[in-house]
Write a protein that binds this ligand. Structure first.
Ligand code: NAP
Length: 255
């Protein structure tokens, strides 16, 4: 079995391309990019954070494994041959757990991480969301760091437009508008949103990917300063930047 740790667009694309019957149906013809080695089951794993997640094709399991020990057990119980960690660049814990569990269980691990944003001049880089909260160069803040980190801004006097997929839980900033929305977003849409709320600073994680970059282009056009939270470091596992790289690796990992 191949286990894909998911929750991202790349994880869904990888699942689509390694679940042969789905790939064939989607294209109307056999998916020639899917090597013949992918005959075994493929299971995608989601954390279960959102109530109606975008589901990948094929088998899906939802919920935590129970830390490193639980994941080691799961890998053994399910005869997993290879793990692809295609989680979000800021999902630090599951990535660390996958590295440790795969090491313990002797299962090959690949990390699939899309590249970060192409840096633009004038961006302010910080090491954490907490640091971003301490150094906001504006009063009307467009916050796109997700609901899990919202508490870091709870003591801030600024006004916030906070966009996320699921409703947040306290603590929240006192002056806040919550916008529940899931991408992709367009540059025109982001321009309209930022103009209408008179945004004067954008805070983002260095998530990377085209799906979330429209806000950066809108900020550039409007001359709005951007605060970018750096990614956490990766464990020393083999890493690729795209789904093609993951498919090549799976072909040689004997999955
Ligand atoms: P995290 O802090 O790294 O993980 C916390 C715990 O959630 C893990 O220890 C694990 O529980 C469980 N978990 C996380 N991802 C899992 C997965 N794919 N399958 C099964 N269990 C998982 O993760 P997070 O930052 O809360 O992110 C949760 C999920 O949302 C990830 O799958 C990620 O790809 C996606 N996501 C995250 C962000 C972000 O900004 N962090 C943005 C978009 C999407 P156990 O220890 O019990 O195994």
């Amino acid at each position: 079995m191949i286990l894909i740790l998911g929750g991202t667009g790349e994880a869904r694309e990888l699942a689509r391309r390694v679940v042969p019957e789905v790939g064939a149906h989607a294209a109307g013809t056999p998916d020639l990019t899917t090597p013949a080695v992918f005959r075994g089951p493929v299971v995608s794993s989601l954390a279960g954070r959102v109530s109606s997640p975008a589901l990948p094709p094929g088998e899906v399991r939802i919920g935590g494994f129970g830390g490193v020990a639980g994941l080691v057990q799961w890998l053994r119980d399910n005869d997993v041959h290879a793990v692809v960690d295609a989680t979000h660049p800021f999902a630090r814990r599951i990535t660390a757990n996958a590295f440790e569990a795969c090491s313990q269980a002797g299962v090959p691990l690949l990390i699939l991480r899309r590249p970060g944003f192409t840096p633009q001049s004038g961006w302010r880089w910080v090491d954490s969301v907490a640091e971003a909260a301490r150094e906001l160069p504006g009063e009307r803040v467009f916050l796109t760091t997700g609901r899990q980190d919202l508490g870091e801004f709870a003591g801030c006097p600024q006004w916030f437009l906070a966009r996320m997929v699921e409703p947040p839980e306290p603590p929240l900033p006192q002056r806040i508008e919550v916008l529940l929305s899931r991408g992709p977003f367009t540059v025109d849409g982001e321009l309209e949103l930022m103009r209408s709320r008179e945004i004067d600073v954008l805070v983002t994680k260095d998530s990377g990917g085209a799906m979330t970059s429209a806000k950066l282009e809108a900020a550039r056009q409007l001359g709005v300063p951007v605060v970018v939270v750096r990614r956490p470091p990766l464990p020393p596992a083999e890493t690729v930047a795209d789904v093609d790289g993951a498919l090549s690796w799976l072909g040689t990992a004997g999955a």
